[in-house]
Design a protein around this ligand. Sequence first.
Ligand code: NDP
Length: 297
Amino acid sequence: MPAQLISGREISATIRDEIKERVDGLRERTGRVPGLATVLVGEDPASQLYVGMKGKAAKAAGIHSEQIILPADTPEDEVLGVVEGLNANPDIHGILVQLPLPDQIDDQKVLLAIDPKKDVDGFHPVNVGKLSTGSRDVLAPCTPWGVVQMLLRTGNDPRGQHVVVVGRSNIVGRPMASLLLRRGEGGDATVTVAHSRTPDLGAVTRTADILIVAVGRPGTVTADMVKPGAVVIDVGTNRVDAPERERGYRVVGDVDFEAVSEVASWITPVPGGVGPMTITMLLSNTVDAFEAAEGTP
Ligand code: NDP
């Protein structure tokens, strides 16, 4: 029987409705709303698009949104000054600096300058450290945090399950493993992390009750690498040539979707799977940051 689809679009829409309700409630009780600032340096079209999408999504949820767009040749000091200003701004609860930054700016320096309480991307070493030591009082990186929501909201609680994560990046693989290892809701899994130096990847992935793939290479996981009945989450987002399409490409994941659908019990599509969850969890983190800063009225 083909696997059931885990629709990131649907889950995302539900969570965004919940976020809007939370924001409406906060506005009624406090007269204030959470604020999200995005900082973009330069004119990279993809970054402009992402920043625009984030601002639009924030506004739709009732979140105050500010976009700071600086010229590509802005000196590092000036960017750090903007971050300091946002750290001190009581109307801003979440700060996101769109990466990559131009060459004259040290990404790490800028990341370190963000107040960890406003680090809604969850990339500041304070948040990384808290998450990897099992804290629940932390802003978690949006993509893996979205994956946890997808599992919970489809009844695929990772508690007690063997989860194999393929990929060990700081953005997806590592925080994914940390989230699943935490005690309590959305965690309590037995976690194995595989990567490019893992010999016989299939032997590892076949042991997974839940398989999460974040590699960035189409066709990394084929049907023979999946245990029958496993839940498969495909984080991969890859452009492949599609001359028949007007734009010349299509987006695929890391998993051989058609074949794996015949083996898995649940599977995420690409597009429409994990992708839509990332901005949603950014909004969720912004509301969490507001509540942590102002108390839950
Ligand atoms: P990285 O390139 O930073 O990391 C890829 C990981 O995959 C590395 O740990 C690498 O291992 C591992 N890897 C590479 N080749 C293999 C292989 N043949 N077998 C097993 N492991 C392998 O990528 P990201 O984590 O940033 O992103 C992964 C994918 O997820 C990309 O397609 C990206 O576009 C997508 N993505 C989607 C998001 C969304 O939907 N919102 C958000 C973020 C990412 P090693 O460490 O040994 O090099």
